[in-house]
Write a protein that binds this ligand. Structure first.
Ligand SMILES: [Zn+2]
Length: 415
């Protein structure tokens, strides 16, 4: 099999054709999962695959697959997601999916049997925008979807997740069986826009991704004593908001020390009036790091900072867990192949960056060797209709993706 070269112009033309279905690049994507518009976008995608002589088929979780058989039964997976948040951008998900489509198009054109198979996939409901459950289709394949945990989730109209899936022909209880699709998979590659400011800030067009970060999300409630703002001397106060503020600043420093990120996105103080010391303050804490040990250290330091601050201000503190996710580091050899491809494609070959957002690659990376390539976002905004990337960045990223697929195929037995 000859080297794989993708045509970035073909990818951009497909992206525009897809965007035109909802009024153009910046009109706001209308492809919310499990809706008629999503099904319409998918039937457009199916016709694109049919043009290549491929027969798309849906698995038990609603993911859409198309296969090119290889000489060996092993296969690699290329794909991303076509679903979008309401009025989302033209590149989130679609860039990776149209690039994967171009990869299978070029492989199909070569008319030779690749050494291993290539499977194209459009993961179902990556965004979770309707039912607040992201990565639905990919988590079913990775074996981490528990139907009972999501069955009764409801959208804004009160429709349950299970019912919405059923209208699209997907039985929630059958979804975990989709994991059989990954048997024999030796690699998964996904291209995505960065959706953040790191590449733009570093004047980099594209990069590889070291993995997706782990998350610790907790509610810390400081309890002191509400008291009159005029009559209570400073030394006699039990000020829960002061304690929370002190802790929040210490948590910020700890994130900087460990090379992670920590966010106190909200503090809710009661009674919440200008003339009273805050008797209780609830602090929302989110911490993320790519390294599980560093993340654990950041969280332990946050707990200690909360205890210390509570003591200092005569308060107590209680913790409630909201959400935790382990980091998914990507496959080193595969990331290295992608980095070499980026350099060959005119990228900078610099260090990988961790991904703050979750991706389908997060789920698939738990069970299949996985790598991602990010294209620069400019403006560094996503999940909004103004989302965009410079064409130069798209070209480099698309080219690098094709070269990476080519190098995986060239290694035959996988990575
Ligand atoms: Zn996405």
């Amino acid at each position: 099999m000859t080297e794989l070269r993708l045509d970035p112009q073909a990818v951009i033309a497909d992206l525009d054709e897809l965007a035109d279905m909802s009024g153009g690049r910046f009109a706001g994507a209308k492809r919310l999962a499990w809706t008629p518009q999503w099904l319409e976008a998918r039937s457009w995608l199916s016709s694109k695959l049919a043009e290549l002589g491929l027969e798309p088929a849906r698995d038990q979780a609603g993911n859409l697959w198309a296969s090119i058989e290889g000489a060996d039964a092993a296969f690699m997976i290329v794909g991303s997601h076509i679903d979008a948040v309401p009025d989302g951008g033209w590149l989130d998900g679609a860039l990776g999916l149209m690039t994967a489509l171009e990869a299978v198009r070029q492989i199909a054109r070569q008319r030779t049997t690749p050494p291993i198979g290539v499977r194209f996939v459009d993961w179902a409901d990556e965004e979770g925008a309707r039912f607040s459950r992201s990565l639905l289709g990919s988590s079913a394949c990775a074996g981490t979807l528990e139907p009972d945990e999501v069955r009764d989730l409801r959208d804004a109209e009160g429709v349950t997740l299970a019912d919405a899936l059923a209208t699209c022909g997907v039985e929630l209880d059958d979804a975990p069986a989709a994991s059989e699709r990954l048997q024999g998979a030796v690699a998964y590659l996904e291209l995505h826009i960065e959706q953040g400011p790191v590449l733009l800030d570093g004047a980099r067009l594209a990069c590889t991704v070291s993995g997706t970060v782990g998350v610790e999300r907790h509610l810390m409630t400081f309890t002191g004593q509400a008291a009159h703002a005029g009559s209570t001397p400073m030394r006699l106060r039990q000020d829960s908001l002061a304690a929370a503020a002190r802790a929040a600043l210490a948590i910020r420093e700890s994130a900087i020390d460990h090379g992670g990120v920590a966010t106190v996105g909200r503090m809710h103080a009661t009674p919440g009036v200008i003339t009273a010391v805050a008797g209780a303050t609830e602090m929302q804490l989110d911490q993320r790091h790519l390294d599980a040990g560093e993340l654990a250290a950041m969280f332990a330091e946050a707990q200690e900072a909360c205890r210390r601050a509570a003591d200092e201000f005569g308060c107590t503190v209680q913790q409630r867990d909201v959400f935790r996710a382990a980091p998914t580091p990507f496959h080193e050899t595969l990331v290295e192949l992608a980095r070499a491809s980026l350099q060959a494609a005119g990228g900078d070959g610099g260090d990988p960056i961790p991904s703050g957002p979750l991706h389908d690659a997060t789920e698939i990376g738990r069970v299949v060797p996985t790598a991602m390539i990010f294209a620069q976002s400019d403006p560094p905004i996503s999940h909004a209709s103004i989302e965009d990337s410079p064409e130069r960045a798209l070209r480099v990223a698309i080219d690098a993706y094709g070269r990476t697929v080519g190098s995986v195929l060239a290694r035959e037995g996988g990575v």
